[in-house]
Design a protein around this ligand. Structure first.
Ligand code: AP5
Length: 218
């Protein structure tokens, strides 16, 4: 299955994709993580990516699409993938159609107050990209990754002014994809209105939606 997990910043795409990849047996492909890896390198491309991402702006379509194309051509994506963070513009969606046409789109609907509460408390592992929250999804040991033991950090783009910019970029450049995909692909909405609903409960809703759309059997 080639699944797009779509939603605004902080809607939980990364958290749910990590659980879904184990349940569905297909890898999550997060363009944000891929770009952050390149941004860490002391290269011109790395510096260019960091400049866009740290301001909350989208990285140019051609750069992201190239990176995405390379990632999904790897053997682990042969049975499908879960896209988290791509596409984010209509030109990206058109490019994806030519690279590997997605089967189904799940759109996460989350109110702005929940998004802000989530992003302002998010911690990530700079080594294995595991996602935590200071209050809602705490690591077992204070600010240490449960999976690999690295010290957790706050993302550069999770500062209040950058969160605001990312939400406004989402509304302008990414939200139009909802209407685009509603007309073109099997499409399901999944709502999460409260800040403290356990991720597993939302994942169950996503799986139910995929069943209703005919993509999973009981
Ligand atoms: P990216 O890393 O993709 O960021 P994003 O889309 O803004 O999404 P987030 O990672 O912020 O949120 P999420 O929905 O994954 O939520 P999460 O699961 O972490 O992109 C970063 C930047 O890279 C972009 O701004 C852009 O510059 C660039 N970029 C990336 N892709 C691009 C593209 N295609 N084109 C151009 N530029 C691109 O959850 C958030 C928090 O909530 C966490 O702390 C989590 O623990 C908590 N949480 C989640 N669910 C629950 C729950 N049910 N209960 C309690 N807490 C929860």
């Amino acid at each position: 299955m080639k699944l797009i997990l779509f939603g605004p910043p902080g809607s939980g795409k990364g958290t749910y994709a990590s659980i879904l990849e184990k349940k569905l047996g297909i890898p999550k492909v997060n363009t944000g993580d891929l770009l952050r890896e390149i941004a860490k390198t002391e290269t011109e491309l790395g510096r260019k990516i960091a400049e866009y991402a740290n301001k909350g702006e989208l990285v140019p379509d051609d750069i992201v699409t190239d990176i995405l194309k390379q990632r999904i051509s790897r053997p682990d994506c042969i049975k499908g993938f879960i896209l988290d963070g791509y596409p984010r513009t209509i030109p990206q969606a058109e490019a994806l159609e030519k690279i590997s046409s997605p089967d189904v789109v799940i759109n996460l609907i989350v109110p702005q107050n929940v998004i802000i509460a989530r992003l302002s408390g998010r911690l990530i592992c700079p080594n294995c990209n595991e996602i935590y929250h200071k209050i809602f999804l705490k690591p077992k040991n204070d600010e240490i990754c449960d999976k690999c033991g690295s010290k957790l950090i706050q993302r550069e783009d999770d500062k209040p002014e950058v969160i605001k910019r990312r939400l406004s970029v989402y509304k302008k450049q990414s939200k139009p994809l909802i209407d685009y995909y509603k007309k073109k692909k099997p499409f399901g909405n999944v709502r999460c209105n409260k800040v403290d609903i356990p991720p597993e409960a939302v994942v169950e809703r996503i799986l139910k939606k995929l069943k209703d759309l005919g993509f999973l059997k009981d």
